[in-house]
Design a binder for this molecule. Sequence first.
Ligand SMILES: [Zn+2]
Length: 540
Amino acid sequence: MKKKLVIIGLDGGTYNIINPLVQRGKLPFLSKFVRNGTHGTLKSTFPPVTAPAWTSFMTGKNPGNHGLFDFQKIDETGERSLTYSTDCKSATLWEYLSNADFRHILVNIPMTYPPRKINGICIAGFPVPENVNYAYPPDIFSYIKNKGYITDWTEYYEKNKWKSKIQILKEVEKKRLGIFSDLMSEHPWDIAMIVISGTDHIAHFELQKGNQRAVADHYEFVDSLLNDLEEQNVFQDASLLVMSDHGFVKTDYIFYLNKWLKSEGYLSYTVGLEKTYDKFAEERRRTVYGKKSGISSLLGAVGLNRDNLIYFGKKTGLIKIEKYLPHFITKKIPARDISPVWKNTKAYMTSDLSKGININLAGREKEGIVPREKFFRVRSDIVNKLKSLRDEQGDNIFSFVDVKENVYKGTMTQQSPDIVILPNEKFNVKPSLGNKNIQSRIVGARHDVKGIFMFRGQEIKKGYSFDLSIEDLAPTILHFIGAGCPNDVDGRVATEIFSEESETARRTVNSIDVLDTVYDQDFMHDQESVSNKLKALGYM
Ligand SMILES: [Zn+2]
């Protein structure tokens, strides 16, 4: 008989929020994993960013072997553009499971647009371009749209401007889980997975304002929805896996990396309002903050921007006001950004999320100035300087600094930042200008490498704790289900999580041949005409 598996992805899910709630008797759904299953830390990718991390989960590979390092990439002409599933050069868990005849229902997994050809249903997750069909097979799109499916909270916000982001995230979560549950009762499935995005968004919005209560409240809300689904037997007799792509930590200081690079003579920049080289940040801002109004440039002209609002807010207690300001007011406040003067720049921070540093290399970057023969020298100088930086308590500001070839292995490392960094737990790192100092004592929050995994079901050990890497999940799931394990993965089958007498623990791992990535060519060709048809029907 085929095994069934339900996977719940909590984007940014962290024990920093979960553990205190479980101890206080909250989170009935997640508490069952602690009591009756195996759980532990899931080490994320470097950098701990949604795009590479979910891709490593789906492929069982480090980013050097799948090719995705960030939400953006630099193409052959040096231009920056957003990344999609087509940038992942590896078959995924879903293709191996489809090949072994398992049926899927996949909802909202990041980096699955455009969806690949699988046995079952895939509603692609963030990022999804505008005016496309993001559902596979294509006819599922009108079904989910009729039920009011929301792909991104910003889309829902546009129609509900008076609501708070906290409220909007809750409504989006409830709607998505409802449609996930409908799909599971109306279609056959062996593997069902949904990613809850709100656990990440709420931490970005609220943890950085020090509002831990709002984050905990969202976890409790999601937990109760999941608990309801389990009580309604939506998950049937499936084993249950909860996991996150990365964790989250609250930080006490911000290190302005571009400002430091400037002080060391590596970077030259001008400062403007809403002008950033970070393609993903720009795109996100466009959807979250929309087009700028006249009032916005007026606020900018008198010196009010998001950086100093947060800074002064925290100093004066005004932050509490910002917490309750509706989004349509905060979105009027512009951001103050750095624009590198490329012809005088040797190195820059790659993006807000990925935290790495790139050398402005001639031939690779659009306006690169560092010749190849000087690359290694410039890079090692920066690495050594970063390693020696100390904070006010005398600790290293960066707990990890290394060059890319020591961090990634594989043939797809060309998109990785040249220098990979991780700040210590007290620090966040930002590309923006901030205030006058390179390090400022400002409460913030950032992604952490320590994510979560929790597993329970018939064959899973009860009351155990093990730590895994995110690359271990694909091989472990494939072995557990009985589909065999491709011989090119970086992760391993975590046999220690299965009870010793279980069939899964006793079965030897069956090594299988590597598959190619498969897109449904008709779906890809039809994208445009389908989108026109749906527009005509009023779905887009
Ligand atoms: Zn994430």
